[in-house]
Ligand binder design. Structure first.
Ligand code: F6R
Length: 245
């Protein structure tokens, strides 16, 4: 696990984009693992700008997103499908048919099964991850088995509270999601995890220097051979001060 510390979010976003641009320039048929939420937005903006400068093309690219809320589809403002179309796919030359996100409108059991079948036949070249304040990656909440495949999840209160900022009303946050499992995520050849701000310090600290335990789902990354964690100085300082508390 490599940990890189940056001055601010802008520097993190540039560094994250470099890893992705490298894959996009060197692979004939790149397969990207993508995330939603606030952490990857700057990365996506940098990829759009590299595309606009003709440095990269997404014509031969396939993408797989981590998760989707149960019950939400393309017409729902807060669906992850809508997020991805808005923040990335509609601004680049990707074929939308090559962009994969669990279908929130199907029965969740069926949707998980279909998505997992798709994932077993591919090998993601590079996966971007954010991390939840409770240590979740994708929507694998504390207690999820390290051997989990794509599954339906009941979102924890912390996750509902954290994500309420994207919705008009906290009661609108769906209570369930479909998520890639931890075993699916570990299949990616390379993983980049982005986090910034003091709020994420405890989760990052437990992920990198705590025990590898299903109580902190992100701690599974300790055994992945190619993970890079990009964090800002504020968060790094907080980790150090936590140690002295
Ligand atoms: C998003 C996802 C989540 C987020 C995490 C952090 O697809 O799977 O694990 O990465 O909740 O969210 P932000 O980046 O909004 O702090």
């Amino acid at each position: 696990m490599e940990i890189r510390i940056f001055e601010n979010q802008k520097e993190i976003d540039l560094a994250a984009a470099k890893y992705f641009i490298d894959v996009l320039q060197n692979k004939q048929y790149p397969i990207l693992g993508l995330a939603t939420g606030s952490s990857p937005i700057g990365l996506y903006n940098n990829l759009i700008s590299a595309y606009n400068k003709d440095k990269i093309s997404f014509k031969n690219t396939t993408t797989f997103n981590l998760d989707e809320y149960v019950g939400l589809g393309i017409d729902d403002e807060q669906s992850y499908r809508n997020f991805m179309n808005k923040h990335l796919f509609n601004q680049i030359d990707i074929n939308l048919e090559n962009t994969n996100i669990p279908d929130g409108k199907l029965s969740p059991e069926e949707s998980s099964k279909i998505y997992n079948e798709k994932l077993t036949n591919v090998s993601i070249d590079i996966q971007i991850l954010g991390i939840g304040t409770n240590g979740h990656i994708a929507f694998n909440e504390p207690g999820t088995s390290f051997s989990s495949q794509t599954h339906i999840v009941d979102l924890k209160k912390e996750t509902i509270d954290d994500n309420a900022r994207f919705f008009n009303d906290k009661n609108d946050v769906p209570r369930q999601a479909i998520t890639m499992g931890l075993a699916n995520i570990m299949q990616a050849k390379q993983i980049i995890l982005i986090a910034s701000g003091e709020k994420k310090a405890k989760a990052i600290s437990l992920m990198i220097q705590g025990a590898m335990t299903e109580d902190i789902p992100a701690s599974i990354l300790q055994k992945h051979p190619n993970v890079t964690i990009l964090i800002d100085r504020k968060l790094a300082k907080k980790i150090i001060s936590c140690e002295h508390e």
